[in-house]
Design a protein around this ligand. Structure first.
Ligand SMILES: Cc1cc2nc3c(=O)[nH]c(=O)nc-3n(C[C@H](O)[C@H](O)[C@H](O)COP(=O)(O)OP(=O)(O)OC[C@H]3O[C@@H](n4cnc5c(N)ncnc54)[C@H](O)[C@@H]3O)c2cc1C
Length: 404
């Protein structure tokens, strides 16, 4: 056990970072300081962003300010970004110019949204929408309003190198639900483009009969699915696929490729070539033993190569599970107690694909490798499960609780 006061720095305050900050605070006495850095002063419940473009949620429904919660908990929050790390001196460089020393560092930065990898992709200077951040979802809402005035074909999907397949499926089903409700089905055919080798693969091979279930959903809703495809370029109103096919669109939402964030990519020896952080079973960097990582910023090798690069999904629930293990081990290092291991092959996932008034729930007790008790369920309960989880999550986090 260390008798000296330690400084724990957490970079990123979303699913992984906030969970870890609250858990570490619970496990360490007040001598030890916890500093959280994130340029966003508000937490955003990202899973609800699929509803925002359709006016079903407002920003204030799905966000809350982090500062007051952290202040109450005795956690120091700074609304600034890390710009790089000095791993020898144990320093985090920040955008506001103030260096922050750490004894233990947790990286929870999520991904960089790499729109720049595909010409014409993305809402800033490109032609497609995104629901990966609140700002993007607001732009997607403006574009949806314009689309309703002038409807036409819709293209939704996940680009090569993306890993958040659930989000694009959910957005797809919600878009289709809204189009049908507005009586626009004939004017607005919907196409789904994905890097997955088959529909319902989700970046890890699928769960039980997920491929059949998703295909059946597509058939019933009249959606064309184009799996195993890469996007070559997006131009105003049309998407060029690498196989040569051109898809015209009046509205498009594409989840972009993911890489690690710039601060990690700029630090030699911290990330892999993509900028994701390698970790061992303790969520600890293999070389820099005081550095931990959890959430979307960790490196996970896909269980099998796919013809078009498709990343392994790291859901919010998986990110929280990783953060709890990392938090336990950071506190264990400081308190001199036993550490905990959770091999990536042991991580479970529950994935709810909302479809507006319907949906599919997938449960896999192992995301990687064979799931021993896979479970798939379709029906309106999937929609209500997502709404219930949203309410539970926001209610507990607004009170500064990492769980009930
Ligand atoms: C539309 C959509 C729907 C989804 N639905 C679901 C769902 O239903 N269920 C589910 O489990 N998962 C869902 N997910 C996935 C889930 O949102 C992610 O798994 C989760 O957000 C990952 O959490 P994270 O903390 O690792 O990273 P993120 O949520 O990406 O957060 C990273 C944080 O780090 C901060 N940051 C970045 N760079 C820096 C820096 N240099 N310095 C300081 N801070 C930095 C960012 O501002 C951000 O706050 C969905 C994702 C999307 C896009």
């Amino acid at each position: 056990m260390s008798n000296d006061a330690q400084q724990i720095v957490i970079v990123g305050s979303s699913f992984a970072g906030m969970t870890a900050a609250l858990e570490i605070r619970r496990k360490l006495d007040e001598r030890h300081r916890i500093v959280v850095l994130d340029p966003h002063a508000d937490f955003t419940f990202i899973p609800s962003l699929i509803w925002l473009p359709f006016g079903l949620r407002e920003p204030e429904d799905v966000t809350f300010p982090l500062g007051p919660i952290y202040q109450r908990k005795g956690i120091d929050f700074r609304a600034t970004a890390a710009t790089g790390f000095d791993l020898d001196q144990r320093i985090v460089h920040t955008a506001d110019g103030e260096d922050v020393h750490y004894d233990k560092l947790l990286l929870a930065t999520g991904p960089r949204l790499a729109f720049d990898k595909i010409p014409g992709l993305g809402p800033h200077g490109g032609h497609t929408q995104s629901v990966c951040t609140l700002d993007h979802a607001l732009l997607a809402r403006d574009a949806w309003t314009r689309f309703l005035e002038n409807p036409g074909p819709v293209v939704v999907g996940t680009a090569q190198g993306g890993s958040c397949f659930g989000a694009s499926y959910e957005f797809l089903f919600n878009v289709k639900h809204r189009i049908d409700k507005a009586g626009l089905a004939a004017a607005a055919p919907v196409t789904f483009v994905t890097a997955e080798p088959f529909l319902g693969h989700f970046g890890f091979g699928g769960v039980a009969d997920s491929a059949k279930r998703v295909e059946r959903f597509f058939e019933r809703l009249g959606i064309e699915g184009i799996p195993s495809n890469a996007i070559a370029e997006v131009r105003d109103g049309e998407m060029q696929l690498e196989g040569g096919r051109v898809l015209p669109f009046a509205y498009s939402m594409i989840v972009p490729p993911f890489t690690g964030v710039d601060a990690i990519r700029a630090t030699p020896g911290l990330g892999n070539p993509m900028g994701f952080v390698p970790i061992d079973d303790e969520f600890r960097h293999p070389q820099h033993r005081d550095v931990f990582a959890a959430g979307v910023d960790i490196a996970i090798a896909p269980p099998a190569q796919t013809p078009v690069p498709a990343g392994v999904p790291k859901t919010g629930q998986m990110s929280e599970a990783m953060a709890r293990v990392a938090a336990h081990n950071i506190a264990a290092d400081v308190n001199g107690t036993a550490t905990q291991q959770m091999p990536l092959s042991e991580i479970a996932a529950v994935c709810v694909l909302d479809a507006g008034n319907n949906g599919i729930i997938f449960k896999a007790d192992h995301v990687l490798g064979d799931s021993r008790h896979p479970h798939v369920m379709a029906g309106p309960q999937a929609h209500w499960a997502k709404v219930a989880f949203e309410r539970y999550f926001l209610a507990t986090r607004r009170r500064g609780m990492a769980s009930l």
